[in-house]
Ligand binder design. Sequence first.
Ligand code: DX5
Ligand code: ZN
Length: 215
Amino acid sequence: MIKIAPSILAADLMNMKEEIELVDNFGAEYIHIDVMDGHYVENIAFGPNIVKSLRPITKKILDVHLMITPVSKYIDAFIKAGTDIISFHPDADKNSKDIIKQIKSNNCKVGIAVHPKINISDIEIFLDDIDCVIVMTVVPGFGGQKFMHSEVNKIIELNNIKKQKNLKFEIEVDGGINHETGKICRDNNANVLVAGSYIFSSGKENYKKMINSLR
Ligand code: DX5
Ligand code: ZN
């Protein structure tokens, strides 16, 4: 069963509570929260306070995608705010093994996000220890970009490793997901689809249809 993770980067900030309640009621399993520092990526977006604000209004999994450097110094604040899964880019900090431990020791799930410039062989050493891998199908930083078909091989590669080693991590795909690109990901055994503009730019009356079209 595929899980859908609407990305609030594309949501209407003035009506965030309603936006979350809508996608929650329409069955989204995760709420994807992009955190950007204007340094690891060019854009700036969100911090622990948004997690704290969303926590009382939904029981869904709050899925935080850190696009920041350094990483470790912000982990505790996101956990304290009520995050369920924290994913980070291992190329953004020196000690990824320690960061993984830091996240897990606080009873939070941990993911590794894979920038298009990073190979699966670069992150393979972490796969035994983590709950999720985010395959980026755009260069991180902005919503509304075009899906990079070149990254689909990483989904295939990860799924092969998963089967060979009998590992349990989820394969989440982030960037340019719509009805067509979502199907490509599903066909290659992705487990979670992040979708920002496809859902939130469709008009409230279409959210349900958009979410269902990704399944
Ligand atoms: C991009 C972010 C994505 C973004 C996806 O850096 O990580 O989560 O919100 O947006 P869409 O679905 O519009 O490509
Ligand atoms: Zn993201």
